[in-house]
Design a protein around this ligand. Structure first.
Ligand SMILES: Nc1ncnc2c1ncn2[C@@H]1O[C@H](COP(=O)(O)OP(=O)(O)OP(=O)(O)O)[C@@H](O)[C@H]1O
Ligand SMILES: [Mg+2]
Length: 637
């Protein structure tokens, strides 16, 4: 006799349930998805004891005939796909024909349903996958599914259930993600007969996002919108100043389906790059719309993951959309003391406008190959502009070195003449700008009135509408980092030869790793050469590192490059090296600065693309609004 047997339906449904029905929230998700697929505009979800004793989902969707109802609880019975081509063009949330039989296999389920053409409704009662009763019943058009005693026949699963509060939190999260994608649908969730969440229908999608991301001030949710070649991303993100310590505030929906997608999530983080410190997570609601034939949703039993046909395009679009929004958000909104708003001319773009500023004026992202050339041109323009600014704002005392950097020596021995000419002489003159406002917008920091230094660490400035504190180390780190990154693109950073080359000893692995990095270090102005064994010799360094200890910096770089658990991507290693060099070279906290030096730093900050955060994601500035200060002093009642 053959040893292999075909399993009875009840058993195979129970096995499928193991994948589909992980916890009460999975039941809510599957039933709510069925309701949405049936075109419901109202979903009433009742839960008792965190879903252990009861989950009921009622909808006003299309409902089912008696025959369909009986089929719906059979495995692989679905009205949503018919052919294998359909599998790669899925427009509904469900398609497997597995959810109802799986839920029914591990609970006591009742299904009451009626479609518009039937005179009466049908009620099915199923216990542990066994159909125990079919009856005719009075019912409105729609479907009501009641799931009692979930996992009553799979005690192992029941044991894994968490506290009522945890299970409810999962249920609320699932519903929130659906509420985001279906703003025209009313959702109401009750727990033990008390309403815990209610989303009325037909409100602005933004209202739902603000509601779901509760806690973030509405004004701090910023729209994201970009599309390209059939792929579109839209939604809202928080500014980096609002963040969470977990990824719970990230909602990514692909074609209205809530997914945990690594590509999209990674792109979101990349968009936030250098604006959050380790352990901080952004808040985001992102709707990604992809042609149905370019996304495979059939890759996860609970349909919570997808696979994109063009993952790189999706990644780049999300990253760019998020970065563009943050770029706008990060632009400091203050005005210089006594600033008068001139009448704005429209349509012109300030010379020296940054990448996004220009691109915006040109009508969004580049759409085709032909426009790439233009993009290159723009980039070159930006580069030369920012280098120009840098040169003029250099604090270098030695002359001849065109690097826009604040030298340690310069800081200690300031000389008024070295601070001339002001950067503005190198900036486009205001006549070549569309307006004074444009000039101001490009030079947010320089126009601030520097009041002084606090604890030799923060620069205190006055703006028209508040008090600005600048973290001098973070700000200078940003300046140096961007200079390194920009120069590496096509220029080497000029460096100073050390009078006495410094030799440093490293372990074999580190020395090897350093050797691989050497060409890149040279681009950064750091001339390091192998000297045999684990010894390297440093022959020249970028000016901003003069007087700084080199061993700790090179050790950090070598460790990052040689660490198998470190960043695998060579670009990431290089970026890390730039960050570390900037950090080591930047003005420290506790270092006294002259007013001219502070002013020069502000000027250099204006030349940065990301002027709001240091490369580690710490803010470079904070603002105290005059209004808030007045309130503290009880001036406004
Ligand atoms: N609330 C509902 N209203 C109307 N029809 C429903 C409802 N729930 C289920 N159905 C019908 O029952 C069928 C089976 O539902 P089930 O959830 O088991 O599978 P599916 O939604 O097709 O696919 P999946 O297993 O991926 O969810 C559906 O295809 C649909 O025709
Ligand atoms: Mg379904």
């Amino acid at each position: 006799m053959s040893k292999i047997r075909i399993l009875p339906d009840i058993l195979s449904n129970k096995i499928a349930a193991g994948e589909v029905v992980e916890r009460p929230a999975s039941v809510v998700k599957e039933l709510a998805e069925n309701a949405l697929d049936a075109g419901a505009t109202r979903l009433l979800i009742d839960v008792e004891q965190g879903g252990r004793s009861l989950i009921r989902v009622g909808d006003n969707g299309a409902g089912m005939s008696r025959d369909d109802a009986l089929l719906s609880i059979e495995r692989h019975a679905t009205s949503k796909i018919t052919s294998d081509q359909d599998l790669f063009n899925i427009r509904t949330l469900g398609f497997r024909g597995e959810a109802l039989p799986s839920i029914a296999a591990v609970s006591k389920l009742s299904l009451v349903t009626r479609d518009a053409v039937s005179d009466s409704g049908t009620e099915l009662t199923i216990e542990g996958g066994r159909l125990v009763n079919v009856a005719e019943t009075g019912a409105p058009v729609g479907t009501l599914v009641t799931v009692r005693q979930l996992f009553f026949n799979t005690p192992a699963r029941r044991k894994f259930l968490k506290s009522v509060a945890t299970e409810m939190a999962h249920i609320a999260d699932i519903l929130a993600s659906m509420a985001l994608a279906w703003p025209q649908v009313q959702f109401r969730l009750t727990h033990n007969e008390r309403v815990v969440k209610s989303w009325p229908a037909a409100i602005e999608p933004f209202e739902r996002a603000a509601d779901v991301l509760a806690g973030v001030p509405r004004g701090d949710l910023h729209p994201v919108e970009l599309s390209r070649e059939g792929i579109a991303v839209s939604g809202w993100i928080s500014s980096p100043r609002s963040f969470r310590k977990t990824a719970n505030g990230i909602f990514i929906l692909v074609n209205r389906r809530f997914v945990r997608d690594r590509v999209a999530q990674h792109a979101l983080f990349q968009g936030f790059s250098q604006r959050l410190v380790k352990g901080q997570f952004p808040l985001a609601v992102l709707f990604i719309s992809v042609p149905c034939d370019q996304v495979d949703v059939n890759v996860h039993p609970a349909k919570s993951e997808v696979r994109f046909a063009r993952p790189n395009d999706v990644h780049e679009l999300i990253r760019r959309a998020v970065a563009q929004t943050l770029y706008d958000v990060d632009q400091p909104a203050w005005k210089p003391v006594g600033f008068q708003e001139p009448a704005r001319e429209t349509g012109e773009v300030a010379e020296g406008a940054d990448e996004f500023g220009r691109r915006k004026a040109e009508g969004g992202i580049w759409k085709g190959e032909g426009e790439r050339g233009k993009a290159k041109e723009v980039e070159a323009g930006i580069r030369s502009w920012s280098q120009g600014v840098g040169e003029a704002s250099s604090l270098d005392l030695r002359g001849g070195t065109p690097l826009p950097q604040v030298h340690e020596k310069a800081i200690l021995q300031p000389s008024a003449s070295s601070l001339q000419p002001p950067a503005s002489s190198r900036l486009p003159q205001s006549s070549s700008l569309s307006s004074q406002t444009d000039l101001w917008e490009k030079r947010n920091f320089e126009g601030l009135r520097v009041i002084g230094q606090l604890h030799a660490t923060y620069i205190i400035c006055e703006a028209d509408d508040g008090l600005i504190l600048i973290d001098q180390h973070a700000a200078h780190e940003r300046v140096l980092y961007e200079q390194l990154a920009r120069r590496a693109e096509n220029l080497r950073v000029p460096s100073q030869a050390l009078l006495v080359p410094e030799t440093l000893e490293f372990g074999f692995r580190e020395a090897q790793a350093l050797e691989g990095l050497m060409p890149h270090l040279l681009e950064m102005g750091l001339d390091v050469e192998p000297f045999g064994g684990g010894t390297v010799v440093v022959k020249s360094i970028p000016g901003f590192l003069s007087g700084r200890e080199l061993r700790p910096l090179l050790t950090e770089m070598a460790e990052a490059a040689g660490n198998p658990a470190g960043p695998a991507d060579p670009q990431a290693v290089l970026d890390f090296c730039r960050q570390r060099a900037a950090c080591h070279g930047a003005i420290r906290a506790g270092q006294a600065l002259t007013p001219e030096q502070m002013q020069a730093l502000l000027r250099q900050l204006d030349a940065c693309a990301n002027l709001s955060h240091c490369p580690h994601g710490r803010p470079t500035w904070i603002k105290y609004e005059t209004g808030a200060i007045a309130k503290e002093f009880k001036r406004m009642l």
